[in-house]
Design a protein around this ligand. Sequence first.
Ligand SMILES: NC(=O)c1ccc[n+]([C@@H]2O[C@H](COP(=O)([O-])OP(=O)(O)OC[C@H]3O[C@@H](n4cnc5c(N)ncnc54)[C@H](OP(=O)(O)O)[C@@H]3O)[C@@H](O)[C@H]2O)c1
Length: 335
Amino acid sequence: MVNRKILLASRPKGMPDESNFEVIETTVPELQEGEVLIKTLYLSVDPYMRGRMSAAKSYAKPYEVGEPFLGGMVGKVVESKNSRFQAGQFVEGRLEWAEYNVSDGSTIRKVNPELAPVSTALHVLGMPGLTAYFGLIYIGEPKEGETVVVSGASGAVGTIVGQIAKLKGCRVVGIAGGDDKCSYLTEELGFDAAINYKTTDNLRKSLKEACPNGVDVYFDNVGGPVSDAVMSLINFQSRTIICGQISQYNLEKPELGPRVAGQLLTTSSLMKGFIVSDYAEHNKEGLTQLSQWVREGKIQYRENVVEGFENTVDAFLGLFRGDNIGKQLVKIAEE
Ligand SMILES: NC(=O)c1ccc[n+]([C@@H]2O[C@H](COP(=O)([O-])OP(=O)(O)OC[C@H]3O[C@@H](n4cnc5c(N)ncnc54)[C@H](OP(=O)(O)O)[C@@H]3O)[C@@H](O)[C@H]2O)c1
């Protein structure tokens, strides 16, 4: 059986392009005892994968040039020599960007198709949903009546952060890069206000109007000038959650910004970075709570689905152009 895979062809300087990726054709190997053969249904493209394309030391090991990309995927077991999995089951895990994967079962989990569409295991009921939940609940500790601002608000993580904050009784203000994105947040997800950072003449002023009582919790997905504007409005004992810095991922030189230590000092505020895996011991709690909210219709989600393995790289690059509303997925095969 032919199996297409995507490899890192070269390390990008600045914004990656198609030349940094290579598609190869291999064949699916014979299964060994303990292994499972999985047909990919959906591939997840995620901003953190940009970091792994560079050789810089980070929490996730860099991809090696000439090696396949590893990322989130949902697939169907087509053959199993592992007693924990049977053919026909759906699974999610970190595997190769490929049409088929052979796994020893250690990095995959079963997905229940009766709970929600299986693709949700890559967003609201998976890593991005848990990221939103852990960051907001464990670090942000939002209280009723407080104002929560989220940047990257219309993406996979941001949409869930804002909705959880609403469930906690907060005023929620989203920052996103499009009028369509902002209307989605306010009209469909119940955000109290949303600001298009690409068109406002003065982001700080727009934020001040949207946050008349200042900012108690800032969930930062983007960094850069957007965050500078939010940080100038933080309240006494505010909490800033550093989840992502996507505005910085493709810069060749670090960008200088205002020094925020004084602001944190004079407001007795907290700023904390985190990685979703820091809270792995709470995964069951997070997934149970998120599943309940989805079942009860208290949390909505949206998928931006691109079809076809050959469009995976462009879908990934689209994250940095802001192409997606909700979770960006690539559909590889029918269930
Ligand atoms: N700490 C963790 O464990 C963890 C886990 C998952 C994700 N993350 C981080 O969380 C953030 C969101 O991830 P996601 O998966 O939910 O992605 P996403 O928000 O679904 O997609 C990326 C979005 O980022 C925005 N963006 C791109 N370039 C930007 C720029 N220069 N300035 C401002 N915004 C920009 C775009 O929306 P606009 O149109 O609004 O610009 C784009 O749609 C990322 O920074 C990611 O690295 C962290």
